[in-house]
Write a protein that binds this ligand. Sequence first.
Ligand code: GLP
Length: 260
Amino acid sequence: MEVVIVPDAAAGGELIASAIAHLLTGKPDALLGVATGSTPLPIYQALATKVRQGAVDVSRARVCQLDEYVGLPAGHPESYRSVVLREVVAPLGLSEDAFLGPDGGAADIAAACAAYDRALAEAGGVDLQLLGIGTDGHIGFNEPCSSLASRTRIKTLTQQTREDNARFFDSLDEVPHHVITQGIGTILEARHLVLLATGEAKAEAVALSVEGPLSALVPASALQLHPHATVVVDEAAASELKLADYFRATYAAKPAWQHL
Ligand code: GLP
């Protein structure tokens, strides 16, 4: 696992957007797995800026969703489908045809989950999966004690996650209890995992994930199992890392040709 400590969220966004641009240069139709929440927004903004400047061609890129709420009315502005279309697909000038996501409104949720795993495989698999991290260490919506081998399935949110996400809704009562999420096993099939964490509230979860034992109690610790996982953190999110100086020195000495 590579840990990169950046000065702030904007620098993290720029670094990861550059990695995506590099990927698309070699594979113009790459499948990008995108995350929601506040953390990845600087990545999407930096990437859209590169597109406007003509620094990267995203016209053949494809985008897929990590997770989704269950039961929000179609077109609800806070469904993750709406969020990804608004924050990623539209600013990059992509069409909805380039977008894959699970159906959170399906009558048969189990079938919709299995269909989404199949769709990802049929699309050739995810090339680069962006991840955020919950304050409890969740990735996607894989809450603590999710199986490290799990596939896309329905999960029940913890009270903590519902409270964390209530800021996107008018009240806590409106935050769904149930979600669909790519499983940890599904996420681990992506060719490159890139987790961005910013702010002090994520420091403990980051330290447990990067330096703690592999544990279903801390779902993001599953990144330790992946051969190409990159964790980008700002100084605040890095503040509980014991090996911070080592991570800084390693990245400072990294040959540029290696990219992320
Ligand atoms: C939600 C999403 C996660 C995201 C997390 C953290 O739970 N399902 O993918 O990582 O929120 O969000 P934020 O980046 O806003 O802290």
